[in-house]
Design a protein. Sequence first.
Length: 708
Amino acid sequence: MAQSIVVGACPHDCPDTCSILTTVEDGKAIAVRGNPDHPFTRGRLCVKVNNYEERVYSDQRVLYPLRRVGPKGSGSFARISWDEAVGEIAARWKAIIAESGAEAILPYSYLGTQGIINGLNVGDPLFNKLGASVSERTFCDSASCTAYMMTIGHTPGVDPESFVHSKYIILWACNTLSTNSHHWPFIEKAKKSGAKLVVIDPVRTRTAALADWHLQIRPGTDCALALAMIHVVIKEQLIDRDYIDKHTIGFDELAARASTYTPEFAASETGIPAEDIIRLAREYATTPPAVVRIGVAVERHAGGGQTVRAIACLPALIGAWKHVGGGLLQLPIWAFPVNWPNLMRPDLQPAKMRVINTWRLGAALTGDLPEGPPIRSLFVYNANPMAMVTEQDRLERGLAREDLFTVVSEHFLTDTAKYADIVLPATTQLEQKDIMFSWGHLYLSYNNPAIAPLGEAVSNTELFRRLAAAMDIDDPFFLRSDDEMIEASMDWTSPALRGISLEQLKKTGFARLSLQHPDEWAPHRDGNFPTPSGKCEFKSSIAEGGNFVVPLFRQGYGADQAGDPVDPLPHYIAPNESPMTAPAEAERYPLSLISPKSHALLNSNYGNLPAQQVLAGEQQMVVLHPEDAASRGIVAGAPIRVFNHRGSFEAFATLSADVMRGVVVAPAGYWHRSNRKGATVHAVTPPAYADLGRAPTFSDVLVQVATA
C-alpha cells in the first residue's frame, strides 16, 4: 500500500496554529499527529483535533450541494448539482440587486477556518465588488486590539517562547491549558527555574489549579484591579523613572488619574482583598522580568477596552520591556506582514457602504437596520451564528423568513445551515491549500492538501471563483489560482520574511519569522513603540485626536460606537449587569454568568462530533457554587433552567467550589440540538457592546437559575 506523510497546519481560531502531519494511505487520510519538528507545538495536538480525520470522514459531512425541500429549520434537503446551485444563487442575487440594490445582500463570516486565503476575508472582494452590506466582525479581541494599539501600537509584544526567561508571570483571563495549551511548556519551564505564576480568573480553571497564586475576581472588574496596581506602583515609587522619562508620554496625567483608584476601592469592586492587591502590585514591580499574558475574555464586559488600556500601561511603568521575557503578550499576529488590502480589496467598495455588526444579526434580519433596504439574502460561510449570536429568538425568526434567501457553505448541517435554502459543501483543511499566520506564536505555516476533496466539496477560494463567474465578473483578480493568491497574500519583501520562500514552506510546513531569537527578544528595550509618538502612550494621542477607526485586518472593524469622545486616559467602567451596578435587575437575576471556551470544543466546531462530545459533555452543562445551588434546591446532575428577561436555555448542573459564589459558568460552543429545549447560552447574553471596538459583552450578564 502506498503511504505518505503530508505536512499541514491546524485551521482553527486558536493561538497555537499547530503543525500537523497527516498519514495518507492509497489516497485516504488514516491518521493525524503533531509535527515533532515544530519548536512551539512540538508534536502534540489538542483534544479538539487529535482525531481530525474523523471530522473529515464523518458520516455527517455535507458532500454535495443541497436545496431545501421542507420548512425552514427542518433540515430537509435534496441533492442538486453545482451548476444548479450557483445558477440559482446568481439569479436570485441579480434579481435582488435590480429590485432593492446590492445592500439587500449580507455576507456573514468569521473564523471557522483561520487560513489566510480561505479564512476571514476570502469573500470580501466579491461582496465589495457587488456593493453588498458589510459585516462588521468584532466577536473577538476588537476592544482589546483597539485599546492595545491606542497604548503601545501594533507590536507583537513578548515572544511567547521568551516566557522561559520570565520570573513573574500573570495569566490574566487566560485558561492556557484549555485554549493556548502549547504555550504551557514554556511557562512550566519558567516555573521550574523559579518563576512565580499568578492567574487572575473568576474560576479555578485547569490553569489556575496549577498556579502559585490564583486571584478570583468578580466578572467585569479587571480594570479596577489594574488601575489599583498602577496606584500602588506609583505611590510606592516602584516605577522605572528612567524608562518612563525616555519612552512614555502622559505619566503625570496617569498618576493623577490612578491616585483615585485605591486598593480599597478595587477590593470593593473585584472581591479581592486590598492586601492581596497591594502584594500583587509589589511583587509584579519588583520581580523582573515580569510579563502579563491577557486572554480574549478580558474584554468581554462594558469596560473591556479600558481594561486593556490599563493593563497595557503596567509594563512601561516598571520598565519590564527592558528585559527578555518582560512586557505584555496579546496577539503576535502584528508581526506577520500579511497583505490585507489585497485580501480584502476595500478599493472595490462603493463610496458609501452599509455596515451591519455580526453580533446583531438577529436584529438585522428582523428589520432593525441602519438606512437602506431590508436584508433579502444572507450568505454564511466559516460561521454558525445560530449557535453563537445573541438574541436567538430574533435570529430564529429572521432565518425562518420565507422571503430571506439564505445560502450556507459548510461541513455539516449546523444549526444555521438547517435554515438555508441552499447548502454548499466545503472542504476541510486536509482537502485544501492555505497559508497560515498565528495569533499565538511567531511561525508562518503552510498547509499542503493531504487528500482530494471528498464528494463535490470545494474550498472557499474555489467557491468564490465560481460565484464571481456566475455574477458575470470578468476581473482577472477573481480568476486567480490558490497559488497566485498565496503569493499575493504576503509582503515577501518584508524583513520579517527574509530568507523564507514559499518553496521552503511547502516542504517544511513552517518557518519562524526573521526576528530576534526568543533568548534575545526585547523589542521595546529602547522604546520604539509603533504608536504616533513612538512611545508607550499612557495618555492616548489617538483618543485625543478623536480618531478611533483603527485599520485592522477585519473589514468594517475598529470604530467606537458612534464617534463619541473617548477619554485618553485609562479609567474604570463598571459592568452593565452586576448586583452593584444594577441592583433592581439583580433582585430578579442575582447571578453573574460567564461563557468561556470549552476545553474540547472550539467555538461551535466539534459540537456535533462524538469524541469531543464525550469530553465536553454531550449536553450543555452549567457550573454553580454548591451554596448557590443549595439555596435553589439544585443537586448535581439536575436539569436546570438559566434565564433572564432576554431568554433562557436549559442545561445540567455541575456543582463546584472552583466557581465563585454568585457566578455561574456555561461553556460556549454547544449546538441547539445538544441542549434541552434547543437554545444555547447566547439566548441570555446581551446585545450591548463594550466601550471600544464594538466588542460583545459575553461576560456581562445577570441571570437566575432554577430547576427545570
